[in-house]
Ligand binder design. Sequence first.
Ligand code: ZN
Length: 205
Amino acid sequence: MPDDFPQRLIACSHCDLPMEVPALEQRQAACCPRCGAVVAKRFRGGWRRVAAFATISLVALFIALGFSYLSLSGGAGDSSASVVGVAWAMILERPLLGSLVGLFFVGVPALQCVAIFGLSVAFLRGQPSLRWRHVAALIERLGPWCMADVFLVGTLVSLIKIASLAEVTFGASFWGFVFFVVYLVAAYSSLDTKRVISDLHRNAD
Ligand SMILES: [Zn+2]
């Protein structure tokens, strides 16, 4: 961004038209006058909603990491697996693949969840400093690398085959992971990071 670009202006992500977005009421969205794309939106509940979703997501993550993910029982005996156990076993067997699985399926989503929670608490406590723009930018950058939902869908697809060979029981960790993914997506979707960065610059002026 050039130095003479006024900080309260934002550029349309579709056609690059710079524009100043007015203050929005809850459940209002601002659209680009040139291409009609949504450039800013404000959800009902504001930061309380984001903080609540991020808190539920964090609690669910602790449950997902601390309990058994699923158990299998069949002719070969019983066995159970946890998310951490599977990731660790993969790291020992295939260090690169295991590290990438742990990073993109758990590490990056967890970091994004903590960043969203921190940002929402900072706004709820009052006027946060301009430094929080780095956290907002980080949340946006991590978006494409969060693959916790892919892990969940991958598990379900592979279980369709396993279910014919053994009895599958989902543990608390599985349901924790479902809640973690759903509420993380809800928190991220309730956040307009471009708008947040614009607000931080406005507060700093
Ligand atoms: Zn546009």
